[in-house]
Unconditional design. Structure first.
Length: 226
């Protein structure tokens, strides 16, 4: 896996401390609303995978749009300068994301509130798919879920602007989505235990600190001569 894709995967994995608050309620509601609500019952994991694969599909679509937009922006001026500017923006957003995950600064919450305007138009589509009775229904509902306002997702979308194109942006968001997958699948199967673990301040601060470090590394790589 390319370094950027591996980095996006790790950011998604560390973002589990945020996923608990943002998506934990959704995961719980979807799980309890399934015909098979226990992890030991047939069909449970098919629906859980359906929700999450639909969510990943929406992430990749958004990443493709962001990557294409970034390519257009890079073409508007000197390529090297534009790519460097987008890279700096991505690094800064990673640092902001780390502060947000650790609970040290909640500025990204304002971005999530702004995204709520779009979510109000998309969310009713999900209600038409309830109750979920098949993996296809779960996949379509997951696609709606993928547009839930989320500072974590928005930060990686900013990174996708500097990915270099439509395909690269989609792959970056896909790698990030795969990183979120273990936490969200576990939330569906063992929400109580995992929720207690991810709520611990030490876990949140450690995850946030690692994302901040990653953002700093991104910025350092953009120095002249590096």
């Amino acid at each position: 896996m390319a370094p950027d894709l591996m980095g996006a995967f790790v950011v998604g994995l560390l973002g589990g401390v945020h996923c608990l608050g943002m998506c934990g309620g959704i995961v719980g509601a979807l799980t309890l609303g399934q015909p098979s609500a226990r992890a030991t019952e047939p069909g449970f994991w098919l629906l859980q995978l359906g929700y999450n694969l639909g969510r990943l599909a929406s992430y990749m679509a958004a990443g493709a749009l962001a990557g294409g937009l970034g390519l257009l922006l890079a073409g508007a001026g000197p390529l090297a300068d534009a790519q460097k500017l987008l890279g700096i923006l991505a690094g800064l957003f990673m640092i902001v994301l780390g502060l947000y995950l650790a609970g040290w600064w909640s500025g990204l919450a304002k971005v999530e509130q702004a995204g709520g305007v779009v979510w109000k138009r998309i969310e009713p589509l999900g209600r038409r798919l309830l109750p979920v009775r098949s993996p296809l229904h779960a996949f379509l509902l997951g696609m709606v879920w993928g547009w839930l306002p989320c500072g974590l997702v928005y930060s990686v979308l900013i990174w996708s602007l500097s990915a270099g194109g439509v395909g690269q942006g989609a792959l970056l968001m896909g790698a990030f989505g795969l990183g979120t997958l273990p936490n969200l699948l576990l939330m569906g199967a063992a929400a109580g235990w995992l929720g207690g673990l991810l709520r611990r301040p030490l876990v949140r601060k450690l995850a946030g600190s690692l994302v901040i470090l990653f953002g700093l590394m991104m910025l350092l790589q953009l120095r002249p001569g590096v």
